[in-house]
Ligand binder design. Structure first.
Ligand SMILES: [Zn+2]
Length: 387
């Protein structure tokens, strides 16, 4: 049976038109270039444009199974087509593409773990944890060929060949040594702490060595002209799993490896503490933190810091704070304004506001609120010069 042929634009035609659209969008809205905002923050200044991002609740995907990765050129075209999507919410956008695969599971794959790719709710987490003795026997992963790295390297080469130099590349999600160990071992890791501390240290060292080798390799392959300058991209450690252990366990089993990574980074690190109070305090105390995330989270495993609590902990440091909070119904605007005024106390804050009641049907009212908050920010900036 004959079907009428539908002519679809080729991936490379889509790529060219998406590149053009992204450059036009950035030209038209210089105030929404996240890189300009971030350059001010990293230089220790109050940003010249509103450092505000707002998000709706993510709706569950329509289909029931993830469709898998498209061919690389199509993936690149789709990523570019989505690169300016945030503008519809009045959010800052970047001339930048992520190169990662496997999400939070990227580095775990080098140690033989399979990701739960067919599970739409957890496609980037390890499917079956491996036993500590299996992991001890696992051969040393090669940074060039281990896990998903070869595919990431190919994708980097493709982007560099197919796009102009103004488009920057964002590293994969490297997580952090303890998060990776926890992903690989599952809950066994908590038994290792008490029963096999030396074996756990050996494994943490192997993860750290691999982390540093892959980070170095990816940065070199992307090259200084194309690597995105953000601290949050180049120098990040995610400490989510540290919320499940005490301060003492962090200091004994995690800190030595975090410090090695910080040294490799050139003594700067952006920390994702996953809200936890003791994780925030410990990392601020021991590490050269240039960027910290915080925000009130009602049900956090190890608590969280609100704006009034986190600012004194940053003290006089120039640390950039990413402050995130779900705003409560009826007081969204006044709460957000109060937080924006905190820039008088700490100059380098960026904001991410969400709310549990902000869903697709509320989109226009959230966009309107975003515009009012941007106006408020610029009016404060105009009055004081630097808020
Ligand atoms: Zn986390």
């Amino acid at each position: 049976m004959r079907k009428d042929k539908i002519v679809m634009p080729s991936a490379s035609a889509r790529l060219q038109s998406a590149l053009h659209a992204l450059s036009q969008a950035l030209e038209k809205r210089p105030d929404k270039n996240a890189d300009t905002i971030e350059a001010d923050l990293m230089a220790g200044r109050v940003p010249r444009y509103p450092p505000i991002t707002m998000g709706l609740q993510i709706e569950p995907p329509a289909g029931d199974a993830p469709r898998g990765e498209p061919p690389p050129l199509q993936r690149l075209a789709e990523a570019l087509e989505g690169a300016a999507a945030g503008l519809a919410m009045e959010n800052p956008i970047r001339p930048c593409l992520p190169v990662g695969l496997g999400g939070v599971g990227f580095l775990a794959t080098a140690f033989g773990a399979k990701l739960d790719s067919d599970n739409p709710a957890a496609a980037t987490v390890v499917k079956e944890p491996l036993s500590p003795s299996e992991l001890e026997r696992c051969a040393e992963p090669d940074p060039l060929t281990g896990g998903l790295t070869p595919q990431v390297l190919q994708y980097i080469d493709l982007i560099k060949a197919a796009t102009p130099e103004w488009l920057k590349l964002w590293l994969p999600d490297m997580q952090g040594p303890f998060n990776i160990a926890h992903q690989l071992m599952g809950s066994e890791i908590f038994l290792e702490i008490g029963d096999q501390p030396k074996r756990l240290h050996r494994f943490m060292q192997r993860i750290t060595d691999h982390f540093i080798a892959v980070h170095r390799l990816l940065c070199e392959r992307i090259g200084p002209a194309r690597l995105h300058p953000s601290d949050n991209n180049r120098y990040r450690i995610a400490e989510c799993s540290c919320n499940l252990v005490s301060t003492g366990v962090y200091e004994e089993f995690v800190l030595p490896y975090d410090l090695q990574i910080c040294r490799h980074y050139g003594n700067r690190v952006a920390i994702h503490p996953c809200a936890g109070r003791h994780v925030t305090e410990e990392t601020l105390r021991h590490l050269p933190v240039v960027r910290m995330e915080a925000g009130k989270v009602p049900c956090a495993v190890a608590g969280s810091f609100n704006m009034d609590e986190i600012l004194p902990r940053l003290g006089g440091r120039k640390t950039v704070l990413l402050y995130m909070e779900d705003l409560l119904p009826g007081v969204e605007e006044q709460t957000a304004r109060r937080y924006i005024e905190a820039l008088q106390r700490h100059q380098t804050i960026e904001f991410y506001f969400g709310a549990l009641h902000w869903r697709q049907p509320q989109k226009q009212s959230v966009v309107d609120l975003h515009r009012r908050l941007d106006d408020f920010y610029m009016a404060c900036l105009g009055r004081s010069g630097d808020l």
